[in-house]
Ligand binder design. Structure first.
Ligand code: BEZ
Ligand code: FE2
Length: 406
């Protein structure tokens, strides 16, 4: 048994002072050190630096590790030129991305306090790294392919990758899952098969959705920048689905939709009614010129995620949260900071179906220590000071064990 003591603890009731957390693999109790020592007299006491805050481990629900080699290869600024550049550079980026590079990015995530992440896997090449990394990984095997001619072959390959992720040992902390690439790139028959499979096996499900204005125009009217793209690469000029048909394919099975920047109020309300959630990727959206998700009016749970280095400059969750503070500049900053902390802990764990994300009894002891440079004057400011000042966290525990990023 360990007892971790800090000036502040982020609990479901807010920030509490002068308390401690007792845990082994799971959290046992949050109470004063004296009370905890009466119940657990043999426990190892771990005292944190002054001005420290204990948070549940942060969760990055959406990242593409396979694209970690990108720095300046891909075209930022606008979605279609970016997608063209992905097609042109994909093979080289994949070749340059080895296990060492992906493990380094997992370590970077760990140093920023990420104890669990959702890995979107196009090819399955990051499975070995995800098995070895100390974090919990929801391994989203991605299904892609709008051309019905290749559907069987692509589905077969997807099933093989899914099976590999289902065969990982318990110690790897991997949860197998399914990702549908997007409405424009997956044939509706494949979408239906994948959703049915997810339902039957209770697998977490995710899909990119309404990321760009170009996607909206293509799905609504069969026009815009995607028309030339599909004519060039797929010899077709009609979309395989539309917005309604795609959304309805997920009815009754809560799905994590990524981006939704170009969704209307009606579409967002529909997603909310169906119990879905959104992964909000502020830097990715800004870098690809996609727009801003209006989180201030959302009525469904959202997480905040980095997306991959294919549309970002780091996989640090605190870099992402600082960007979110800037992007949503009209929101009151303390309220926004509190929402962002909740989005990356409590909400993200519920969305991915993980038994962590909250400091309360019976949750997995995934804990992070953030040390502020000075004492906060008001409890209401702690979330903001944490986001603004944290480049690296001071300590990380996963399943009760201390883990050190290399
Ligand atoms: C497809 O496989 O149909 C596809 C892949 C990437 C972008 C668009 C379509
Ligand atoms: Fe993505």
């Amino acid at each position: 048994m360990k007892i971790l003591v800090a000036d502040y603890i982020y609990t479901p009731e807010g920030f509490v002072e002068y308390q401690a957390v007792a845990f082994d693999e799971h959290i046992k109790a949050v109470d004063s050190l004296e009370n905890l020592l009466q119940i657990y007299p043999e426990a190892q006491i771990i005292r944190t630096e002054p001005h420290s805050v204990i948070y549940p481990g942060f969760i990055n629900t959406h990242v593409h590790l396979e694209f970690s080699a990108n720095r300046t290869s891909l075209q930022y600024g606008s979605f279609m030129p970016w997608l063209d550049s992905v097609i042109a550079n994909r093979d080289e980026l994949m070749q340059n991305c080895d296990n060492k590079m992906m493990q380094e990015e997992c370590d970077n995530m760990l140093r920023s306090g990420i104890t669990a992440f959702g890995a979107i896997s196009s090819f399955g090449t990051e499975l070995e790294v995800c098995e070895k990394t100390p974090q919990r990984v929801v391994f989203f095997n991605e299904l892609i392919g709008s051309n019905a001619q290749y559907a069987d072959m692509l589905y077969g390959d997807f099933i093989e990758r899914l099976k590999s992720s289902q065969n990982c040992g318990l110690e790897s902390r991997i949860t197998p899952a399914i990702a549908i690439h997007s409405p424009y790139s997956v044939h509706p028959i494949l979408v239906q098969k994948a959703v049915t499979l997810a339902k039957q096996n209770k697998l977490p499900l995710s899909a990119h959705f309404l990321e760009s204005q170009a996607e909206r125009k293509w799905l609504e009217k069969g026009e815009g920048e995607f028309k030339a793209f599909f004519e060039k690469y797929f010899n077709t000029s009609t979309p395989v689905t539309n917005i309604k048909e795609f959304m309805h394919a997920f009815d009754t099975y809560p799905t994590h939709f990524v981006h939704c920047v170009q969704a209307t109020k009606e579409e967002l309300d529909y997603l909310a009614d169906q119990g879905h959630s959104i992964a909000h990727c502020p830097r990715s959206n800004r870098y690809l010129g996609c727009g801003r998700l209006p989180i201030e009016t959302l009525e469904l749970p959202f997480s905040v995620a980095t997306d991959g280095l294919s549309s970002n400059d780091s996989l640090s969750i605190f870099d992402e949260l600082r960007a979110a503070l800037m992007l949503h500049h009209e929101m009151p900053i303390q309220t926004l900071a509190s929402q962002l902390i909740k989005a990356t802990t409590v909400n993200a764990a519920e969305i991915l179906g993980l038994n962590c994300g909250k400091i309360e009894a019976d949750k997995l002891a995934d804990l992070v220590v953030v040390t502020l440079p000075d004492m906060p004057h008001n409890k209401e400011d702690i979330a903001l000071w944490s986001i603004i000042h944290t480049k690296k966290v001071s300590a990380v525990y996963i399943g009760g064990e201390k883990v050190n990023g290399k």
